[in-house]
Design a protein around this ligand. Sequence first.
Ligand code: AMP
Ligand code: ZN
Length: 114
Amino acid sequence: MSADCLFCRMASGEIPVPKVHEDDLVFAIRDINPQAPTHVLVMPVAHVPSAAALTDADGPLLARLFSVAARIAAGDGLEAGWRLVSNVGPDGGQTVPHLHLHLLGGRSMHWPPG
Ligand code: AMP
Ligand code: ZN
């Protein structure tokens, strides 16, 4: 845990937030500024700064992040499809330095993203 990290403080319960999902490795919350009808952030409980910090040893964590995202998408009725995005660093548009997947769905997505 990183004491000054917003998402670590949510993971520990120091900042209370409704969790869409929570297990030993990952948890998920609804984004405070949704960009689509479904906009959920799926992230590790442990502090990982971004995808740039991942190693081969994080395979189980990555599998869990993706499988939880798929389960939430199904639960939100996103049969028509959905998108996963993980921003990395300033050019990637990352504003919270704790790895998270944006799960976006409920509308048609555009490509390329802005
Ligand atoms: P990123 O810009 O990719 O690092 O994504 C960070 C996301 O966290 C943004 O989409 C924000 O809207 C979201 N966010 C920031 N603060 C909160 C909060 N208190 N609760 C839920 N989502 C948040
Ligand atoms: Zn953190």
